[in-house]
Write a protein that binds this ligand. Structure first.
Ligand code: 3PG
Length: 209
């Protein structure tokens, strides 16, 4: 199963930066209870792999992904910890070869039409667009959809409750991602009530879109 199939119907993916691996399990449960079915833990902190391992073991109903993947070693570590999909802000042939070999559901990143077409050639019809708002946001995605209609995107970067619906309304946006649902400050305070409220709004957005 590829990432597009795995995430079919999932419209909002919380992207999290974990500083405390013990926060990952209550966070994943909070998101799931709110109606969100996937989480992307970014490999930007030393605790990210342990966080993925904890979630995979204790919250099996959530689709647990590893984000910010940049090297084959990270792919191996994420898979070994239990990640069932991976996301990268970009791609390299080394990375794509490793993903192919592992048959790991993967969302590589593209910004330009050439990057997007190169990934489409390798079979990726779901691609990440990061940093979405800086790359041009909703108007840019609209423009990309005209010459490259086969590709669906997961934009992330600069998405919030204020603009999420605009992204979700685009025909070439399969899902959106972002850290606004579980911001680091709320995670540091272990304020899962506040995260839960944001997550419910995000899940409602997803249902409405
Ligand atoms: C990502 O890795 O996708 C981004 O860091 C998410 O961007 P955001 O923090 O602006 O939501």
């Amino acid at each position: 199963m590829n990432a597009a199939e795995l995430l079919a119907g999932t419209r909002v993916v919380p992207v999290v930066v974990i500083d405390d691996p013990n926060a990952a399990v209550p966070l994943a449960k909070t998101l799931l209870d709110a109606g969100l079915r996937a989480i992307e833990v970014t490999l930007r902190t030393s605790d990210a792999i342990e966080a993925i391992r904890n979630v995979a073991a204790e919250v099996p109903d959530i689709l647990i992904g590893a984000g910010s993947l940049r090297t084959p070693d990270q792919i191996e570590a994420a898979r070994a910890a239990g990640a069932i999909f991976g996301v990268s802000p970009g791609s390299s042939s080394r990375l794509l070869d490793a993903v192919d070999e592992a048959e790991f559901p993967f969302i590589p990143g593209a910004i330009t039409p050439s990057e997007s077409l190169a990934l489409l050639d390798r079979g990726y019809d779901l691609q990440k667009l990061f940093p979405a708002s800086i790359a041009g946001g909703v108007p840019y995605l609209k423009a990309l959809g005209a010459p490259v209609p086969e590709v669906s995107f997961m934009p992330t970067g600069g998405i919030s409750s204020d603009n999420a619906a605009e992204y979700l309304a685009l025909p070439n946006v399969a899902c959106i991602g972002g850290s606004w649902i579980a911001p680091q400050a709320l995670l540091a305070d272990r304020d899962f009530d506040a995260i839960g409220k944001i997550a419910v709004s995000a899940a409602n957005l997803a249902n409405a879109g």
